[in-house]
Design a binder for this molecule. Structure first.
Ligand code: SAT
Ligand code: MN
Length: 609
């Protein structure tokens, strides 16, 4: 700390930092943002409790009834800060081509200038927290270290749950270890004699910026979720996808589950689904097929690297779940409900008179009265939702009753199958097995889904969301597809099988054809047996499909007509997709791998045969 005066806010924290790059950076950020205090996070429980106390005192949080929900808090944001802001998210690579048509781009020097203006003095009146975190189990060869600097105690508390944080990470970083820099400010300095607001953020300016070349994230103006918990989407997906490209591995928006057969045989499955499409539910599913068991490794992100045996090994870089609350119930996901019984943070849910949380879909019967997420009295007659559609729980993964014993294995788990899914009311059948890796990459690259409340914007609109990575790929998606193909062509690689699933198919009247939730185990069972070569499938123009008799629907009350619709190839519908796929691919120009164009043409030929 050559330049900081001994009594500067930074000096005490600086004394504990041995890493030169970190030391210089902490000094730089403090000099720019001008916080009143600097706090180096140690990751202890006392520190977590301190964050909670600070939030309780400032009115940011309310303690939930300790008899109903021990050590848990309730937080409400404001209407301008409720979800990821994709139109304010930027990839500032050197050239616009590198960011690709899938990202907002700004020239890095210009964006830095803009951000420097915004960050200057942005932490006045606040504490600047330095949060060393590790994405992945400490010591794992797949894990990566980052440091988030934030002026939000809410972010610190959430990061405690979502990642491994504190002194042990600093130790792992050592004197010259490298890390991803994450600058975060809510952008709401507190002037002298001014009171802090309950949810500080900047209603005018929001920027979620990524500098892939320097492995940096600068996030300004929002305190919510993926905008502010920088280890998650910003680091573990946008920056990591670039690192993965450079280092020949995969950083994906995927759950990881462990599937055990009645004979005790195990397969590991990852699944890419867009935000709020049921990844958490699938990862914690309770099988309705007797003897089959699902256990959880992760519910949102998978980092996969080749092991010496040529298989892809996956770790969950996170330590907690940041799950969508509405719709979660003892019926839809009892394991999530049991995970969140304690030590959890609830954001934008509704509050019950006895100091517990509630959200739409939690119970069949709505409570007689509530305080809604905007602090208004609410009764079932109120013509509005009590919780926000993107209300969330933050909860430690280790509390999940079905967390797999190997969920923190530093070497990861070997993946047998990769699923791509989304919300599609029409065309896409219940399940498709790809012919091979290239065809599977094509199916992932052309996946589409109806939009959800996880991002600001219209809900229910169909958009292409390749590999569920559209908002999370830190570089041009044409090159990302090429990277997938390259990974699959690695000499000696034993690649997982690739499948498409769609739980959301509807009939003409808009009713779901498939019951979903625990019944999805029937599809998982077929996938497991396809990996073993013991289940039947038929080749169709779109891929390999089970016939109705190939799926175990024993004990399931489903009309035969539904099942045949779910497993039918809608030739007209698929032919209708062909020009749309070409159109979608056109935007990637030269960077689109030719193999994917070949796949569209082959699909068309097969459909027209
Ligand atoms: O990005 S968030 O972590 O806020 C939630 C999501 O989109 O999955
Ligand atoms: Mn997600």
């Amino acid at each position: 700390m050559a330049n900081a005066p001994v009594d500067s806010p930074v000096s005490a924290a600086a004394g504990k930092i041995k890493n030169k790059k970190l030391l210089d950076w902490v000094e730089e950020v403090a000099a720019m943002c001008r916080p009143d205090r600097v706090h180096l996070c140690d990751g202890s429980d006392q520190e977590y409790q301190l964050m909670i106390r600070i939030m309780l005192q400032s009115g940011s949080a309310i303690s939930l009834n300790p008899e109903r929900r021990p050590n848990s808090i309730y937080v409400r944001s404001t209407t301008v800060d409720v979800a990821r802001v994709e139109d304010r998210t930027f990839i500032c690579s050197k050239t616009q081509d590198e960011a690709g048509p899938n990202n907002n781009w700004e020239e890095p020097t210009r964006m830095r200038r803009r951000l420097t203006e915004l960050f200057t003095g942005s932490m006045r009146g606040r504490t600047m927290y330095v949060i060393p975190y590790c994405m992945g189990p400490l010591g794992s060869p797949i894990a990566k270290v980052g440091v988030e600097i934030s002026d939000s105690p809410y972010v610190v508390a959430n990061m405690h749950i979502m990642a491994r944080v504190g002194t042990k990470v600093l130790e792992q970083l050592g004197a010259d270890g490298d890390f991803v820099k994450g600058w975060h400010s809510v952008g709401a300095p507190i002037g002298p004699n001014e009171q802090d607001s309950a949810w500080p953020c900047n209603s005018e300016h929001k920027y979620i910026c990524h500098f892939p070349e320097t492995r940096e994230i600068l996030s300004f103006g929002s305190g919510y979720g993926g905008n502010a918990l920088l280890g998650k989407k910003c680091h573990a997906l946008r920056i990591a996808s670039v690192q993965a490209r450079d280092e020949s591995w995969l950083a994906e928006h995927m759950l990881i589950l462990k599937l055990t057969s009645p004979k005790g045989e195990v397969k590991y499955v990852t699944g890419a689904f867009p935000s709020a499409c049921g990844k958490t539910n699938l990862a914690m599913l309770i099988s309705t097929v007797p003897g089959w068991k699902v256990e959880t490794i992760g519910d949102d992100i998978a980092w996969m690297k080749f092991g010496d045996d040529g298989r892809l090994y996956a770790i969950n870089p996170e330590a907690g779940f940041f799950g969508v609350a509405p719709g979660t119930s003892m019926k839809s996901n009892p394991n999530a409900m049991l995970t969140i019984t304690k030590n959890s943070i609830f954001t934008n849910c509704a509050l019950t008179p006895d100091g517990d949380v509630w959200w739409e879909g939690m119970t069949d019967e709505k409570p007689a009265e509530l305080m809604d997420w905007l602090r208004r009295q609410w009764t079932p007659d109120s013509a509005r939702l009590a919780s926000h559609a993107n209300a969330r729980f933050t909860t430690p993964a280790k509390q999940c009753p079905v967390i797999a014993k190997e969920w923190e294995d530093p070497k990861g788990v070997p993946i047998d199958a990769i699923l791509f899914g989304g919300r599609r009311a029409t065309v896409i059948p219940l399940v498709i097995e790809s012919f091979d890796w290239q065809h599977g990459t094509f199916l992932g690259a052309t996946a589409s889904s109806e939009t959800t409340a996880a991002a600001a914007g219209k809900v229910g609109q169909l958009r292409r969301d390749p590999m569920a990575m559209l908002p999370f790929c830190g570089y041009d998606m044409g090159s990302y597809f090429a990277h997938w193909l390259k990974i699959g062509a690695t000499p000696g690689a034993k690649m997982p099988k690739i499948f498409v699933v769609n739980w959301f198919r509807k009939d003409e009247k808009g009713k779901f054809l498939w019951p979903g939730y625990g019944e999805n185990s029937r599809v998982l069972k077929w996938i497991f047996e396809r990996c073993n070569g013991t289940a039947n499938a038929v080749d169709t123009p779109i891929g390999r499909l089970p016939r109705p008799e190939d799926l175990d629907v024993g004990g399931l009350d489903i009309p035969a007509a539904n099942l045949s619709k779910l497993l039918n190839v809608d030739v007209e519908g698929w032919l209708g997709e062909i020009p749309l796929i070409h159109q979608f691919f056109d935007q990637f120009g030269e960077r689109l791998p030719k193999a994917l164009r070949d796949e569209v043409n082959r699909l068309e030929q097969r459909l027209k045969k």
